[in-house]
Design a protein around this ligand. Sequence first.
Ligand code: HEC
Length: 147
Amino acid sequence: MGRRPTLVGVLLVALAVISACESEQNTETAIAGRWYTASQVSNGEVLFDTHCASCHGPRASGLADDWRKTDSEGNYPPPPLNGTAHAWHHPLVMLEKTLAEGGVEYGGLMPGFSASLTRGERLAIIAYFQSLWSAEIYAKWEAIDAR
Ligand code: HEC
């Protein structure tokens, strides 16, 4: 009789892999006063440069002269995400939703990234641009996020 892996055996291996991954993530603690880790910020920076900087500018500083002004077709430019514009008015779930779905559904131009980035990657990108926010802006955002 050949030895085939039992369902229980397969599940046990899967559980072991999952808990190994989790404990690896948990070894790194969040940056003081922030929700994310330093690794998320550095991964997010690379991903931001690849997927976002062409529109949102280097270090998320924006490319347009004024992010509040629409163009001749009535579209808003990609705003800075570095804490100087509007992004900090959105709780984390909304920011993540914007990255996943984009703005087209709401009449905007931003593409969605649900197919090209994992949720973990989207969160890392948010960690990166939030790392550019001042303590003051981050504290205001936290008050909104906690509501
Ligand atoms: C093709 C250009 C383009 C790319 C690429 C792009 N965006 Fe955008 N983004 C926009 C535009 C334009 C807006 C303004 C709303 C709209 O038109 O959808 C926007 C809006 C946003 C907002 C909402 C900001 C606010 O103040 O409410 C966030 C957050 C954001 N983008 C994050 C990102 C991130 C992170 C990436 C990379 C994963 C990215 N965007 C890639 C064009 C882009």
